[in-house]
Write a protein that binds this ligand. Structure first.
Ligand code: GTP
Ligand code: MG
Ligand code: ZN
Length: 312
């Protein structure tokens, strides 16, 4: 039977099997990792939410026996400097990163890294700025500017208050009929938004720590939830960082849409747009065509510990 991984706790997987219009849920174990084709042992989770799998029944037990090829996925380094990787979710139609200016603070670098990761598999992506109600006028201006920047790059950008019913229908419409992923730091309001989209889910939400202004890691497993109007949304546990993986230095600029268009114009083949003379990207930053925050994030990823140093 073919199914889709709806929830993964690490040792048990809930797989949804389509029975006509209905999705039947079965609890599965794995048949023995090394007998399953197509698994990458560097991943901390052999199966991710969204994976399409084959399930067999064995004396009342359900066992996953095969992983179908992934159409795409969002992956990150498990911890800083770790060689292990973690697939956040697979087979996604639209990837949303939720960001907040305060309680907790999300940096533009985090948003940019998320978009780079989505670009690598050409997954349409958007940013949802949440907790609009907490923002002062100058902060609202700043968010508007960021939203304009991201829209100009081809991403969706929304500003909402997840607890305000009026803000939800626009997202409901966008998410209909698709497999949607929502990721972000702990406490930004991912589960709160999903509850607003689908109140019957009644997902657990958590307070923000007064001391650190950060979330308390309330959601602990990624899980896919069915939307009433059709489609799915994948709630994920809050993540601190988004280490970029599976990417070489020369590839990186291809995942910045504003750089992609200029790449042929650099003087040197294999220009990394760092300090090279005649670099069209650096010229683009100087004329303001490329936002400085975006370029700075590019350099951080390029020169950080994240990418394999194949060309050094
Ligand atoms: N003021 C305000 N608070 C919000 C809003 N959205 C969510 N919150 C609050 O933020 C806190 C964290 O919300 P959660 O939905 O648990 O956050 P999360 O992103 O799911 O966090 P993790 O599961 O830990 O990753 C809760 O106390 C929510 O009530 C909002 O738009 N405005
Ligand atoms: Mg949550
Ligand atoms: Zn260049």
């Amino acid at each position: 039977m073919k199914g889709i991984v709806i929830r993964s706790t690490g040792s048990w997987y809930t797989v949804g099997i389509l029975k006509g219009e209905r999705v039947e849920r079965v609890e599965c174990r794995i048949a023995g990792l090394f007998r399953i084709k197509g698994l990458n042992v560097k991943n901390t989770n052999p199966f991710a939410v969204g994976d399409e799998v084959e399930v067999e029944e064995d004396k009342g037990d359900y066992v996953i026996t095969k992983l179908h090829e992934r159409r795409n996925y969002i992956i990150r380094r498990s911890t800083k400097l770790s060689k292990q990787t973690h697939i956040i979710a697979a087979n996604i139609d639209h990837a949303y990163v939720m960001a907040t200016l305060i309680e907790p603070r999300t940096s533009t670098g985090f948003i940019d890294r998320f978009f780079v990761t989505a670009e690598a598999y050409a997954i349409p992506a958007s940013v949802i700025f949440n907790k609009k109600d907490l923002l002062e006028l100058d902060e609202l201006d700043y968010v508007e500017q960021l939203m304009q920047l991201y829209r100009n790059l081809g991403y969706g950008a929304y500003l909402i208050c997840a607890s305000d019913e009026g803000d939800v229908p626009q997202l409901q419409e966008l998410m209909q009929g698709k497999i949607n992923l929502i990721a972000g730091h702990s406490g930004v309001g991912k589960s709160t938004l999903i509850n607003a989209l689908e109140p019957s889910l009644n997902l657990k939400t958590g307070e923000i720590s007064r001391v650190h202004s950060k979330g308390m890691h309330t959601t602990t497993f990624a899980e896919m939830h069915e939307l009433g109007g059709g489609g799915w949304i994948i709630d994920t546990p809050g993540i601190k960082e988004l280490g970029i993986v599976d990417m070489e230095k020369e590839e990186l600029s291809h995942y910045f849409p504003e750089m992609r268009d200029l790449l042929g114009a650099c003087k040197y083949n294999g220009c990394l747009h760092d300090r090279e003379p005649g670099c069209a990207v650096i010229a683009g930053v100087e004329t303001g065509k490329i936002a400085l925050t975006r370029y700075e994030c590019y350099l951080q990823i390029l020169n950080g510990e994240e990418l394999e140093k194949e060309y050094d």
